[in-house]
Write a protein that binds this ligand. Structure first.
Ligand SMILES: [Zn+2]
Length: 475
């Protein structure tokens, strides 16, 4: 009796996994067949080129796509009009796939191999039009798998606005929107296919505003107090401070207001600062010293100063359990092959990057798996990664060698090269999400690693404090 039961259970499991196997293949095939449909969605968002917190059309299009596929939608979450959560299914596990869709100011570019503005205010120089679309496609395919297998669990798409400097996800984490999530997935467009452990720098950014007294700069300079002097004195102090901070730290600034005319003493000036390091405690310390420098600058120049926190993100907490699964899936999916036409485009782009010709092997192959990573940028995914086990990867959506935030990235992202790389991401995300629904133990192992790495006494404190979302930071 007992033996029969065990045999039945074993048989049952293998039949399920065989069906699941078959249906996973079918799901990926169906996804592949929808390449043009998703390509068009990405192309639309590329053309909208909406900046952080202004992504009404982009967010709306992804919401509609998910709604039409049977997801329920909660929009305007965390006090952000363009943030939303789409959900299908019920119970656990809850698997989240994040999608971004904001563009970068000043980087408008046509889908050509020569630098030529498309005449818009912004451009998709970080490929977030592909990011949001591939994640949407993966959420829909995963839903189809859940449905086909009558499997238990919830698939969610998190529409996360304003990644570029707006820290959109931080407000969503602060609001507790990820609290019941088991695993979060993300990816990023790039110039190679890689699912090695990621890293990111913690970051704090703020706008420092100095207020002075206007006066005729030649007629009555003694009556004036220059707000620009405040900014310059602050910058001088910060530039001296660079020698006395950990050497891996990064500080950068732009003067966003510096007066209007040399013959008028400026009564207002503003400087926008970033501080970064791969440990958030170092960033917090550097930022506090920055504020002191700003206060000292105001005191010495007879001006007043206030500042507004703009962004703040945690470093990235990698999860190697999940990372390896993602790498295996990406390897199975594989990179992309260029057509003759794409190759011609890529070679032209390569020349503008100082290469002889495009290194197509990089787009075709998957980078060997590595568990160590160096951080060069920051991402608000960092805060998610300290809330729930999180895993990401990159695919070759740009001509190999292309740096992010360049016109070459916008250009390739507007061609079939970008759309092909996007589909690699959509398939890899789908396969990984299915793995997580199939394998309870994988979820548990990932969670155990997460809890151990995060530490027992961890408490989430957002680096941007309690400010409301900086909805107008691009205005
Ligand atoms: Zn990005």
């Amino acid at each position: 009796m007992r033996k029969t039961l065990i045999l039945l259970v074993v048989l049952g499991t293998s039949v399920f996994s065989m069906n699941a196997q078959k249906s996973e293949k079918d799901i990926i095939k169906k996804l592949e067949q929808k390449s043009d449909e998703y390509g068009n969605i990405a192309q639309n968002i590329w053309e909208f080129a909406e900046m952080g917190y202004q992504e009404e059309q982009s967010s709306g299009l992804l919401q509609k796509t998910l709604k039409d596929s049977g997801f329920s939608i909660k929009t305007g979450v965390a006090g952000i009009p363009t943030a939303f959560i789409a959900e299908y299914g019920s119970g656990s596990p809850v698997i989240a796939i994040m999608g971004e869709y904001d563009a970068l100011p000043g980087l408008s570019q046509k889908a050509t191999a020569e630098k030529e503005s498309a005449g818009a205010a912004a451009g998709h120089a970080c490929g977030h039009h592909l990011f949001g679309t591939a994640s949407t496609a993966a959420a829909i395919s995963t839903k189809e798998w859940l449905e086909a297998n009558k499997a238990k669990g919830t698939i969610r798409f998190y529409g996360t606005p304003a990644e570029e400097g707006g820290s959109g996800k931080v407000y969503m984490v602060r609001e507790g929107l990820f609290n019941d999530v088991d695993i979060a997935l993300h990816w990023h467009p790039g110039s190679q296919n890689a699912a090695s452990a990621g890293a990111a720098l913690a970051n704090k950014s703020a706008k420092f505003r100095f207020h002075g007294i206007s006066a005729h700069a030649a007629g009555s300079p003694e009556k004036g107090r220059s707000a620009l002097d405040g900014v310059e004195a602050m910058n001088l102090m910060i530039n001296m401070m660079r020698e006395h901070i950990p050497q891996e730290a990064r500080i950068h600034y732009v003067i966003t207001a510096g007066g209007k005319a040399p013959n008028v003493v400026p009564d207002f000036a503003e400087v926008y600062y970033y501080a970064r390091h791969n440990r958030r405690d170092v960033v917090i310390d550097i930022f506090d010293r920055m504020v002191k420098a700003a206060e000292g600058a105001a005191l010495g120049t007879g001006t007043t100063m206030d500042y507004e926190m703009i962004g703040g993100t945690h470093e990235l907490l990698p999860n190697l359990t999940l990372q390896k699964v993602m790498h295996d899936n990406l390897s199975e999916v594989g990179g992309i092959e260029y057509t003759a036409e794409e190759k011609e485009f890529a070679d032209k782009i390569a020349v503008t990057l100082g290469q002889e010709k495009a290194d197509l092997a990089t787009a075709k192959n998957v980078h060997p798996y590595k568990t160590e990573a160096r951080a060069y940028g920051s991402t608000d995914v960092g805060d998610v990664s300290f809330t729930v086990p999180t895993v990401g990867f990159g695919t070759a959506t740009w001509v190999p060698g292309t740096p992010a935030h360049s016109w070459q990235a916008v250009a390739a992202g507007g061609t079939s090269i970008g759309r092909k790389g996007m589909m690699v991401a959509a398939k890899t995300l789908t396969k990984t999400a299915i793995d997580l629904f199939k394998d309870k133990k994988l979820v548990e192992t990932a969670k155990a690693e997460f809890l151990e790495k995060r530490g027992a006494d961890f408490k989430y404190i957002p680096l941007l404090g309690d400010r409301a979302p900086a909805l107008d930071y691009r205005k």
